[in-house]
Design a protein around this ligand. Structure first.
Ligand SMILES: Cc1cc2nc3c(=O)[nH]c(=O)nc-3n(C[C@H](O)[C@H](O)[C@H](O)COP(=O)(O)OP(=O)(O)OC[C@H]3O[C@@H](n4cnc5c(N)ncnc54)[C@H](O)[C@@H]3O)c2cc1C
Length: 424
């Protein structure tokens, strides 16, 4: 008998993934998929992992971007020593990264590849096109038509497919957002230099908006950032040597400084036990939009930023550009050649096209959200179907939106799969 997500015992056979007949399938080869695979393979579990190694970091982030997280919050997780970002830098003979060194995305991609080669094992680059219930678990189909049985499936597809563009811009994008259309989403770009000489409205006030605006300006485009909030928040430069008194009052954690951030960084399991309303409050409010401290000098006084600004409507104008009608602090109209939506992501299971509709219907949602409710081991209400990364954030809190959550997630998932349904 096994322990299910609801805490009730069920009658299905325990998942004894180690030496099992069919593999555990990990969908996604980003930080979460790689970490889960590293832990499972180290336990002798047969794993098939699909996706492009660090695919989102290669294709859904513009060239020239840096990570906002600090080096010690950016380690992928393996059950052995020698797998951290610092280990990678040492192995490459590169300088030690400190909190004062923003990490280029290219370095993080190279670290992910290095980690994959040493710790995560084989990655199959094909996309998973369908997962449905099968006679002994799941039936998985991949690009090219291969179909096989899996005893468990770990979804680690990150924010892929979940990009959100607000409704006001729909009239501009009948065919959906695209870099060649009047509206695109930040996740669709690798090279913002394509807009050199063009007026671009960047929508949003978070890191993605502010960094895209800096990159657009540096590529000789003409960006204007439109921020709904009344001000832009910037991170504080880290202090390498913090006096003891300050460390006690405001301890450092993976997600920032302060006791509440320490709690949500260190104890995602405790976050999961909070009432749904409290978890959803944390999910929506913790770590709202802000810019990294090192980005400030590339934006302030350089790129026009309009705060307290709402875009009420957006229409195509006669010159082939877009006309935005604005309300708020400075009501009026703004003509641009392109709108870049840095408007985030929606965690909605319905937007994971590879999960069959009947399977999606079976997955219980959490706290009135469209994200899955998960057990202490990241298992959904469908036994054997696990979700990691951002999709787990409504249950386990904001750390799951970041690389810093990989160790917790990978340990829990692998422990559950290798010990059957032992209580965690
Ligand atoms: C602009 C931006 C900046 C960020 N900066 C930071 C930061 O500084 N620090 C931080 O900790 N976090 C940052 N994040 C959050 C970041 O997305 C996560 O921390 C991390 O990438 C999550 O890892 P993941 O493995 O869940 O997903 P991802 O890294 O998104 O990986 C998804 C994987 O799934 C694969 N995939 C998708 N669909 C399929 C399919 N159908 N079949 C097979 N494979 C599939 C992809 O190829 C890829 O391998 C940032 C996010 C964005 C958008």
């Amino acid at each position: 008998m096994t322990q299910s997500w609801s805490g009730q015992r069920d009658q299905r056979a325990p998942l004894t993934a180690r030496g099992g007949r069919s593999p555990v399938v990990v969908i996604g080869a980003g930080p979460y998929g790689l970490s889960v695979a590293a832990h499972l393979r180290a336990q002798g579990v047969r794993v098939r992992m699909f996706g492009e190694v660090m695919g989102s970091w290669r294709h859904a982030m513009a060239t020239g971007m840096f990570l906002k997280s600090t080096p010690d919050a950016t380690d992928l997780s393996a059950p052995v020593a020698g797998a951290t970002l610092a280990d990678y830098c040492r192995a490459r003979g590169q300088d030690e990264l400190t909190e004062l060194t923003p990490i280029p995305c290219t370095t993080f991609v190279a670290y992910g590849q290095w980690f994959a080669d040493r710790h995560a094992g084989e990655v199959e680059e094909s996309r998973v096109t369908s997962v449905e219930r099968g006679p002994s678990g799941f039936v998985v189909r991949v690009e090219g038509g291969e179909e096989f049985a899996a005893q468990a499936v770990v979804v680690a597809t990150g924010l892929s497919g979940l990009a959100h563009v607000p409704g006001q811009f729909r009239a501009l994008t009948p065919g959906g957002p695209h870099p060649d259309a009047l509206v695109s989403h930040t996740s669709q770009h690798q090279d913002l230099a394509r807009y050199a000489g063009q007026r671009v409205a960047v929508i949003g006030g978070g890191q993605s908006a502010l960094e895209s605006a800096a990159l657009l300006h540096e590529a000789r485009a003409i960006p204007t950032v439109l921020v709904r909030e009344n001000r832009v928040l910037w991170g504080e430069p880290p202090e390498l040597e913090r006096p003891l008194a300050r460390r006690v009052v405001s301890p450092s954690a993976a997600l920032g400084t302060g006791w509440s951030l320490l709690a949500v960084s260190r104890a995602p399991g405790a976050v999961r036990r909070l009432p749904a309303a409290a978890r959803m409050y944390l999910f929506r409010r913790a770590l709202g939009p802000s810019g990294g401290w090192w980005l400030r000098e590339r934006v302030e006084g350089i790129v026009p930023v309009r705060t307290g600004c709402h875009v009420d409507e957006a229409d195509a104008d006669r010159s082939g550009g877009a006309l935005l009608r604005l309300s708020g602090r400075e009501p009026g109209a703004l003509s641009v050649d392109h709108v870049l939506a840095a408007t985030g992501y929606r965690l909605d299971l319905e937007r994971l096209p590879f999960l069959s509709a009947p399977l999606r219907r079976e997955v219980r949602r959490t706290g009135g959200s469209a994200a899955p409710h998960l057990s202490t081991a990241f298992e959904s209400s469908v036994p054997g179907l696990y979700f990691t990364g951002s999709l787990a954030a409504p249950c386990f809190g904001p750390v799951m939106r970041f690389v810093a959550g990989t160790a917790f997630a990978a340990t829990r998932v692998s422990r559950h799969l290798t010990r059957g349904a032992a209580r965690l």
